[in-house]
Design a protein around this ligand. Structure first.
Ligand SMILES: *[C@@H]1O[C@H](CO)[C@@H](O)[C@H](O)[C@H]1NC(C)=O
Ligand SMILES: *[C@@H]1O[C@H](CO)[C@@H](O)[C@H](O)[C@H]1NC(C)=O
Ligand SMILES: *[C@@H]1O[C@H](CO)[C@@H](O)[C@H](O)[C@H]1NC(C)=O
Ligand SMILES: *[C@@H]1O[C@H](CO)[C@@H](O)[C@H](O)[C@H]1NC(C)=O
Length: 237
């Protein structure tokens, strides 16, 4: 009986982490003169976020809402997901609706992990702000497809592992904010020299945790499962 319950639990855990939910988001379009970056961004502020199911991967099918005058989805430069306690993973397929995103802003939600695929569709990404979330591990080289990043902030997460090579090759990075994490960097850093200093510390293994290797393994297994699912779908077609 106990064994059966355990299997059931395992099944539920695996099932829920793999669940994919389609969604149509509602945008409030606005210009935001974003602090730190000296630039005005044309943003979609997502306002119907409370419909997200806890733990699900969200695939964005469409965005509704009235673009500002003379603006189109192609001109949207950033998305703002805020105050979504059920948001555990970065939504997918955003790039189909907003192909030119350069700023991803997610505040006060409950992101627990990011994957290497999350930022791949946005090669021109300049800024990632993931504030007041629950990310614990930066286990992989998440930013290998985003060589133009200028700003990264994980202010107020729960980060306790940063893979030494995480920020390697990001030669335009000039803002790095890792304040308020388990692996604590007390200052937000906004000049290139200071950023290079922080990156050097990380490269020398300032933030390492054993759990990361296990976490990596799980992530790889999940990725393989997803691949299998996609293959099955293709074969069935
Ligand atoms: C994002 O949306 C929240 C909630 O509406 C708002 O308070 C915040 O100013 C927005 N931030 C950006 C950068 O657009
Ligand atoms: C992020 O969310 C926190 C918590 O609600 C809020 O205090 C803060 O002002 C927000 N920051 C930004 C930049 O929107
Ligand atoms: C955040 O997500 C984690 C993992 O799904 C969950 O255990 C936790 O309860 C969530 N926290 C909040 C405040 O919703
Ligand atoms: C950095 O660039 C080198 C040379 O292009 C490449 O081999 C390596 O994989 C890159 N590493 C990361 C973490 O981006």
């Amino acid at each position: 009986m106990i064994k059966f319950k355990f299997h059931l639990l395992l099944f539920i855990v695996i099932f829920t982490t793999n669940a994919i939910q389609s969604d149509v988001i509602q945008c409030e379009f606005e210009f935001i003169n974003y602090f730190q970056l000296n630039k005005e961004f044309y943003m979609c502020k997502v306002s119907n976020i409370q419909i997200f199911n806890h733990g699900a991967k969200i695939s964005i099918e469409n965005a509704i809402g009235q673009n500002l005058e003379n603006k189109k989805n192609e001109q949207v430069e950033g998305t703002n997901f805020s105050n979504a306690p059920n948001l555990n993973l970065i939504p997918t397929n955003l790039e189909r609706i907003f192909p030119n995103i350069i700023l991803i802003f997610i505040n006060n939600s409950n992101l627990t992990q990011i994957t290497s695929d999350d930022f791949k569709p946005f090669p021109k990404l300049k800024a990632i702000y993931i504030l007041f979330n629950s990310i614990e591990f930066l286990c992989k080289d998440f930013f290998i497809h985003n060589r133009e990043l200028e700003a990264i902030s994980f202010w107020e997460n729960k980060i306790r592992h940063i893979e030494p090579s995480t920020f390697k090759n990001l030669s335009s990075l000039r803002i790095l904010d890792l304040r308020g994490n388990v692996c604590n960097f007390p200052d937000w850093v906004d000049d290139r020299n200071a950023v290079v200093n922080s990156i050097r510390k990380i490269e020398h293994g300032e933030c390492l945790s054993e759990i990361c290797s296990i976490n990596n393994l799980i992530a790889e297994t999940l990725a393989r499962d997803r691949l299998m699912e996609q293959l099955k779908k293709k074969i069935n077609k």
